[in-house]
Design a binder for this molecule. Structure first.
Ligand code: PGA
Length: 241
């Protein structure tokens, strides 16, 4: 594993975007695994700039997002479908038909989860997976628990995640309680993984992920079993290393 520490979140975003651009330049039909949350926003801004500047062409890129809330309309402003359009897809020349975000409103969630894993496999697997990390060490919505869950699945969000996401909703009661998420198996099957973390509130999760036991209580710790994982951190997130 590699760990790189940068001065600030903007530099983390630039580094991540440069690595993603390099991937797309070397394989124009790359499959990208995308994440939502505050952390990847500078990365998406830099990718948008690189696309507008003609440096990188997303017209043949395919993408799969990590997760989506359950029981939130896709056009809700806090849905991850909306997030991706607003923060990336509307600003680059990706074909929206080549992008996929799990359906959190599927009539048969177990079928949607199985179909999602199958669609990734049919696309040839993920070339580069972008990850944020929760304050509790979650990746995607794989919350701390007694086991690693390998396939795409429905998750009950922990209180810590509900509180962390409360800032995006009018009240805590409005935060969805469930989500559909890629499992850690689909994540570690990606050929390359970039984990981004910025801010002091991620420092403990980063420390536990890198130095703690590989343990489902810190889901990100499983990334240490991967041969090509890069942690891109700002100084604050790296402050307990
Ligand atoms: P954040 O979320 O980027 O908004 O901090 C990351 C996560 O919970 O995985």
């Amino acid at each position: 594993m590699q760990v790189h520490v940068f001065e600030n979140a903007a530099q983390v975003g630039q580094a991540a975007a440069t690595l993603i651009a390099a991937q797309v330049l070397s394989k124009p039909d790359s499959v990208l695994g995308l994440a939502t949350g505050s952390t990847p926003i500078p990365t998406y801004q830099e990718l948008s700039r690189l696309c507008k500047a003609g440096v990188v062409d997303f017209s043949r890129v395919r993408s799969f997002n990590l997760d989506e809330y359950c029981n939130l309309p896709v056009d809700h402003e806090q849905s991850y479908h909306s997030f991706m359009k607003e923060n990336l897809f509307d600003h680059i020349n990706i074909d929206i038909n080549n992008t996929r975000v799990p359906d959190g409103n599927a009539a048969d969630p177990a079928k949607e989860a199985a179909d999602y894993d199958a669609a990734i496999a049919n696309a040839g697997g993920i070339d580069v997976q972008i990850l944020g990390i929760g304050r509790n060490g979650h990746i995607g919505f794989n919350e701390p628990g007694d086991a690693f869950v390998y396939g795409c699945h429905i998750v009950n969000l922990t209180q810590s995640t509900i509180e962390a996401n409360r800032r995006f909703f009018e009240s805590e009661a409005d935060v969805p309680r469930q989500a559909i998420s890629l499992g850690v198996g689909s994540i570690i099957n990606a050929r390359k993984i970039l984990l981004l973390a910025t801010g002091a509130d991620k420092a403990q999760a980063i420390r536990d992920s890198i130095y703690g036991d590989i343990n489902p209580q810190t889901q990100a710790s499983i990334l240490r079993t991967h041969s090509d994982v890069i942690f891109l951190l700002d100084k604050a997130a790296a402050s307990l290393l």
